[in-house]
Design a binder for this molecule. Structure first.
Ligand code: AMP
Ligand code: MG
Length: 349
């Protein structure tokens, strides 16, 4: 299959490519599109065959449900069995935006979209291309991240083409995404809302709007016994080709430890990759040193994470040492992804 890649400029609504992409969705095909979090791989959420195509293109396990993307609040009423108490309040503050709500599904939503669950994940994305694709197609769009299962989520259209080129008909290129890590997922089907996946919207931000919020113990513990509630969180999302080890501690001690290990490895003829920051990159001695950005801007760090992990897969390094990024606000979300990539190997100096 030939994959068409269309660059979408600023006048999204009258773009002829948007009309073509919307027709592909209506015909039961797949379209990759930018959102503010990562690129999504979309299909008509009410069409079981279309949903199945997503799993096939990504190589995604069939029990890992998709997120339904909507463009207006009343669409939530068309897929939810009951509207949970907090949904309206949360939507008012955080939609459009990087918050996914889990609600009980009604019979309109096929099990192909929900991975066999009686609940459904719903989000209103904050990106003009995503919103226009939903509106123009007249459908709700089921979409997981537009990567091959097990690879880092795509933050550029080029990443989508790398993974899915030749397997899907259309990629809408909206440039680099704004946030760079997947949405926060909150489960509204229990008495106390529970965060199933940390993201840009933090527990504290949610508590300010709806009071007490719990966090799924399965996403905090690194052991394999506490099962996370979001099916997708149980997968070892991404493992770089090289071993990845996180080093945490005071800045200078981290640099010294990483350099000491680097010298050891290089003496054995190994190639070393290092994930540092603008503040530290110049002090490292690795074969390939990449900066996540400045520690003064945690948004930039989140945006660069997946791109950097992909870059290390292209270059042949034997081992990667990374600084720790438990930054104040979205550090929990960043570290959740980085720890998974490292298989929870973290060394405290
Ligand atoms: P992705 O868009 O690739 O990040 O994948 C969607 C994420 O949402 C996966 O981690 C899923 O497990 C999660 N998810 C989707 N629907 C549900 C649901 N009904 N209950 C819990 N988690 C869900
Ligand atoms: Mg994903």
């Amino acid at each position: 299959m030939e994959t068409k890649i269309y660059k979408i400029g600023s006048s999204v609504a009258d773009n002829a490519f948007m009309k073509e992409a919307a027709a592909v969705i209506r015909d039961g095909g797949l379209v990759a599109f930018p959102t503010e979090t990562v690129y999504g791989l979309g299909a008509d959420a009410f069409n079981p065959d279309a949903a199945r195509k997503i799993y096939a293109a990504k190589g995604r396990p069939s029990d890992n449900p998709l997120i339904v993307h909507i463009a207006e609040f009343k669409a939530l009423e068309s897929i939810a069995e009951v509207l949970p108490d907090y949904a309206g309040k949360l939507a008012e503050v955080f939609w459009p935006g990087p918050l996914t709500m889990i609600v009980k599904k009604n019979k309109n939503v096929p099990y192909e979209t929900t991975g066999g669950l009686d609940t459904v994940a719903v989000r209103m994305p904050d990106h003009p291309v995503a919103l226009q694709l939903i509106r123009e197609s007249g459908r709700l769009i089921a979409a997981p991240s537009a990567n091959t299962s097990g690879r880092p989520s795509p933050t550029l259209a080029e990443h989508v083409a790398e993974d899915l080129g030749g397997r899907i008909p259309v990629i809408l290129d909206g440039g680099e995404v704004g946030i760079g890590i997947e949405s926060t997922i909150i489960d509204l089907t229990e008495d106390v809302p529970m965060i199933l996946r940390p993201g840009y919207i933090t527990g504290q931000m949610l508590e300010e709007v709806i009071g007490i919020v719990k966090t799924d113990p399965g996403i905090i513990s690194g052991d394999s016994f506490t099962k996370p509630k979001a099916p997708g969180m149980k997968y070892r999302h991404y493992a770089p080709r090289a071993d990845l080890i996180i080093v945490d501690g005071e800045r200078k001690a981290v640099v010294d430890k990483i350099n000491e290990w680097t010298d050891d490895m290089q003496a054995k003829g190994k190639r070393v990759g290092i994930i540092g920051t603008d503040e530290t990159a110049a002090y490292y001695r690795g074969n390939m040193i990449l900066s996540m950005g400045t520690r003064d801007d945690e948004d930039v760090i989140a945006r660069h994470l997946y791109r950097i992990l992909r870059e290390f897969d292209e270059e042949r390094v034997d081992i990667i040492y990374s600084e720790s990024f438990a930054t104040p606000r979205i550090g929990q979300a960043i570290m959740n992804r980085l720890l998974k990539a490292a298989g929870h190997r973290i060394y405290v100096v």
